[in-house]
Ligand binder design. Structure first.
Ligand code: NAI
Length: 296
C-alpha cells in the first residue's frame, strides 16, 4: 500500500502536547486535519497554540505568512468523534491508559469507514492488546511520534500481531511524506526508544534520590559529558511526569515487574503533587512566571 494521498482527511484525538503537534505536522503536509479533545475548548486552544508556533517560524523565515494561513485553514476543531466519518487515518494521542484508549477505538470503529487506518501514538501500550477487541484489528497500528512532534524526526511504526503489513507500510510511507524518519518496530513493551530510555531515567532519578547532586548538575553532566541532547530531569519535565510515569508503570508491569523498569518514588511524588513539569509550571524545575527554568 502506498502513502496516503494529500486529499486524505486526518483525524487526531487528544489535543495535548502530542495531538496538537501531530495535527500541525499533518496540516503542514497538506492534509485537512480534524482535532478532537473531550475537554471543551481544548482543541480550539491547541490550534491557537499551533498558530503561535507557526508565527515564530514566519519570523525565522521557515514559512511565509501565506503558507501559515493555508496550514491553519486546514486545521479544524472537531465537536464530536462523529466528525471523523470521512477520515482516512485517525491518530489517537490521549491519556496513556489502555481502557480509555480501547473505548476510543471502539467508538471509532462504529464511526469511521472500514478502510480508515486507526493508529495510536501510545508510548508503551501493546498494539496487539489495543487491537484484540476490535472488529477489524488488521487496521490498528502504532504511529509513535516524539516530543515536540513538529521538530522530532523519528516515528516508530509499530505492528501488533494482527496488524496488516500493508497498513504498516502505508503509515511508514506517509510518515516519510510528512518529512519524518520512520522505523518499523514490533509491539513489545516500550517499543524501541521508550524501552532503551527507561534505565536512563531510572538511574538519573536514583542519583537524585540518593542526593548525589542536584538536578541541574546531573542534567549538565548528561548533556556535556554524556552527549545527550537533554538530561533526564529537564527531559521528563518537558514530556510531563504523568505521561512519563504512566509509561514506566506500563513497561514495568508488561515485563512482569523486572527491576530494570521499576518506577521511581521521587517521580511518583511529583505526579501525586500535580507537579507535572512544564505544563503545570513545576516539576523537577520551576517554570513560574514564564521563566525558562530554575531549580525547584
Ligand atoms: P497530554 O496530557 O498533554 O494530552 C492528552 C490530551 O488527551 C488532553 O488534552 C486530554 O484532555 C485528552 N483526552 C484524554 N482522554 C480523552 C478522551 N477520552 N477523548 C478525547 N480526548 C481525551 O498528553 P500527551 O503528552 O499529549 O500524550 C498523549 C499520548 O501520547 C500518550 O499516549 C503518551 O504516552 C503519548 N506520547 C507522549 C509523549 C510526550 O513526550 N508527552 C511522546 C510520545 C508519545
Amino acid at each position: 500500500m502506498l502513502a496516503l494521498k494529500q486529499s486524505t482527511v486526518i483525524g487526531v484525538i487528544g489535543a495535548g502536547a502530542m495531538g496538537a503537534g501531530i495535527a500541525q505536522v499533518a496540516a503542514q503536509a497538506g492534509h485537512q486535519v480534524k482535532l478532537y479533545d473531550n475537554r471543551e475548548g481544548v482543541a480550539k486552544s491547541a490550534i491557537e497554540g499551533v498558530a503561535k508556533q507557526l508565527a515564530v517560524l514566519v519570523e525565522r523565515k521557515k514559512f511565509t505568512s501565506e503558507q501559515v494561513q493555508q496550514i491553519l485553514a486546514r486545521l479544524h476543531a472537531a465537536d464530536t468523534l462523529n466528525d471523523f466519518s470521512d477520515a482516512g487515518l485517525v491518530v489517537e494521542a490521549i491519556v496513556e491508559n489502555i481502557d480509555v484508549k480501547k473505548a476510543i477505538f471502539d467508538t471509532l470503529e462504529s464511526v469511521c469507514a472500514e478502510g480508515c487506518i486507526l493508529a495510536s501514538n501510545t508510548s508503551s501500550i501493546s498494539i496487539t492488546r489495543l487491537a484484540a477487541s476490535m472488529k477489524h484489528p488488521k487496521r490498528m497500528v502504532g504511529m509513535h511520534f516524539f516530543n515536540p512532534a513538529p521538530i522530532m524526526k523519528l516515528v516508530e511504526v509499530v505492528s501488533g500481531l494482527a496488524t496488516d503489513i500493508d497498513v504498516a507500510t502505508c503509515v511508514y510511507e506517509t510518515a516519510l511524506n510528512w518529512g519524518k524518519k520512520p522505523v518499523y518496530a514490533a509491539s513489545t513493551p516500550g517499543f524501541i526508544v521508550n524501552r532503551v530510555a527507561r534505565p536512563f531515567y531510572a538511574e538519573s532519578f536514583r542519583l537524585r534520590q540518593e542526593q548525589v547532586a542536584d538536578c541541574a548538575t546531573l542534567d549538565a553532566l548528561l548533556r556535556g559529558a554524556g552527549g545527550f541532547r537533554m538530561g533526564a530531569f529537564e527531559l521528563t519535565d518537558m514530556i510531563g511526569h504523568d505521561v512519563n510515569y504512566a509509561v514506566t508503570c506500563s513497561v514495568f508491569e508488561a515485563y512482569y515487574g523486572d527491576f530494570r523498569f521499576q518506577p521511581s518514588l521521587i517521580q511518583k511524588d511529583l505526579v501525586d503533587a500535580g507537579y507535572l513539569g512544564r505544563k503545570s509550571g513545576q516539576g523537577f524545575y520551576s517554570y513560574q512566571d514564564g521563566a525558562e527554568k530554575s531549580e525547584a
